[in-house]
Design a protein around this ligand. Structure first.
Ligand code: ZN
Length: 488
């Protein structure tokens, strides 16, 4: 079971987020969202460029490659892509992909004019006549594209209608009108024709549509998990695993792409920050940092990692998955918080005591992120996501400019908790050296010990230490020095 020391260490890490660290997370997020990485997907080699970038950051942080001289674990899967033409012209006006329309991720190619059928609407779910009429129109060549009117139902019904009717694209192109926000995904198969989902404001009596859409199914796309490792000095140490997926949806044509800032450039940025922190502040665990690929295509990277037995599941003490870390005005949700009561309560306890986040909310099990396959194999796992104002999700508006990183403010702002976390060293009357992680409250001139470790005070003299209870304050790297003194 997760011990308190680890939780405290994580919380100290979180507590050490200063303004500078927020800036760094924002910077990494911006790089991961840049147009050269093109939505960390499957055209312009975006996802693999992102992998190289993350590996170089891991190296800078001082993480060891987990695999023989490599940070990468490759795996393959089939994926539908839109690497070329993407044009929808309605009544002479070129529409903007991602904003005016999206093509469904399983869309096929098509070039030419679309003559639409009589609109199939939500009634078709109960009443099949309209569908029969539309099919007749296609078969008799009175029309060459299905027209589905998905407006005016509940969002759930609308999603259901789309899900049921995209398969019409096996026969002919499909045009669907929607009142909902666009939510794109990764297609694992390719239909014969495109499915064009149009914003409702573009619907009119007379719709003259001319489209040119190129889709390409890649049978064996090569993707990579990026895995860095920080071994503990201790033999037989168990391992704490931190995970965040770095892949996103990629692009639609050569211009439009889905930046995936919140999902999950933000979590990847936090993962890299954590690597930096723990390199400087070692703990008695082996630490593994995994940036997963293939998450948006169905948790493929984490599934592969678990299936390959890349680490023995029983050697993992705990796993913390970070996905969607870019807001936090309303706190965080902890998936599996309801199942793993003890560690969850400790998290809440520390949060309440320190007044870090406005809310730490427990949630039950979910299968929607990379903790899932580990948890299924019995690894105690939390999946943490931030809650806040940002509602952009799987759309072109999930940009780095939209992220508040409010969770960092809640935690790091000296205005709010007036505390600085640092290391304090003291020597007891018995000549032992103690290293304490302390919270120093500047306002109340109070030092609070968060965690401690004792080492033998041996060889070298430490001149900046005074004998007494509270001696010297070193900002960072104290553990390194102590280890030197310790001779370990
Ligand atoms: Zn995600």
């Amino acid at each position: 079971m997760l011990n308190k020391y680890f939780l405290i260490t994580v919380l100290i890490f979180v507590g050490q987020f200063s303004f500078a660290q927020k800036e760094k997370a924002a910077e990494i997020t911006e790089i991961l969202c840049s147009d050269s990485l093109f939505g960390r997907g499957y055209v312009k080699d975006g996802v693999n460029k992102a992998a190289d970038y993350i590996a170089s950051e891991f190296e800078k942080s001082g993480l060891e490659p987990y695999f023989e001289e490599s940070y990468f674990q490759s795996f393959e899967f089939g994926v539908n892509t839109f690497p070329g033409k993407m044009s929808v012209v309605l009544n002479g006006k070129e529409l903007i992909p991602g904003k005016d329309y999206i093509v469904h991720e399983m869309s096929g190619s098509y070039s030419g004019k679309l003559d639409l059928t009589y609109p199939i609407d939500s009634a078709v779910l109960k009443e099949h006549n309209l569908l029969r009429i539309a099919l007749n129109e296609i078969e008799s060549k009175d029309a060459n594209a299905f027209f589905v009117d998905a407006r005016g139902t509940t969002p759930q019904k609308e999603t259901e209608l789309v899900r049921n009717l995209i398969f019409l694209a096996k026969k002919a192109p499909v045009v669907i009108t929607t009142g909902q926000k666009f939510t794109w995904s990764v297609g694992r198969q390719k239909l014969n024709s495109p499915v064009i989902i149009l914003k409702e404001e573009h619907v009119s009596e007379d719709m003259n549509l001319e489209v040119d859409i190129e889709a390409e199914y890649i049978k064996n796309f090569n993707s990579k998990n990026v895995v860095g490792y920080l071994p503990s000095g201790k033999k037989k140490a168990k391992t704490i695993v931190f995970t965040a997926h770095y892949d996103h949806l990629g692009g639609m044509g050569t211009e439009a792409y889905f930046p995936g800032a919140n999902d999950n450039a933000s979590g990847t940025a936090m993962l890299i920050s954590m690597a930096d922190y723990f390199k400087e502040n070692p703990v008695d665990y082996n630490l593994m940092f995994i940036a997963f690929a293939g998450e948006e295509a169905g948790l493929l990277g984490s599934k592969y990692f678990v299936e390959q037995n890349s680490i023995k599941m029983k050697d993992i003490e705990f796993l913390l998955n970070l996905d969607i870390m870019g807001s936090g005005e309303k706190g965080i949700t902890v998936v599996n918080g309801k199942q793993l009561k003890e560690p969850f309560e400790k998290l809440q306890e520390i949060n309440t005591e320190k007044n870090y986040l406005v809310k730490v909310k427990p949630r039950g099990e979910t299968q929607n992120s990379d903790h899932h396959y580990f948890y299924k194999e019995g690894v105690p796992s939390f999946f943490i996501y931030t809650m806040g104002h940002n509602q952009h999700y799987h759309d072109v508006f999930d940009t780095h400019e939209e992220l508040s990183f409010a969770a960092y403010d809640n935690i790091g702002s000296p205005k709010q908790n007036h505390k600085r976390l640092t290391c304090v060293v003291c020597i007891t009357s018995l000549g032992r050296l103690h290293a304490h992680h302390c919270a120093i409250d500047n306002r109340e001139k109070r030092v609070e010990v968060v965690s401690s470790r004792t080492v033998n005070y041996g060889k070298s003299s430490v001149d900046d230490l005074l004998t007494g209870t509270l001696i010297s304050i070193k900002k960072t790297n104290l553990n390194d020095e102590l280890q030197q003194i310790d001779g370990s």
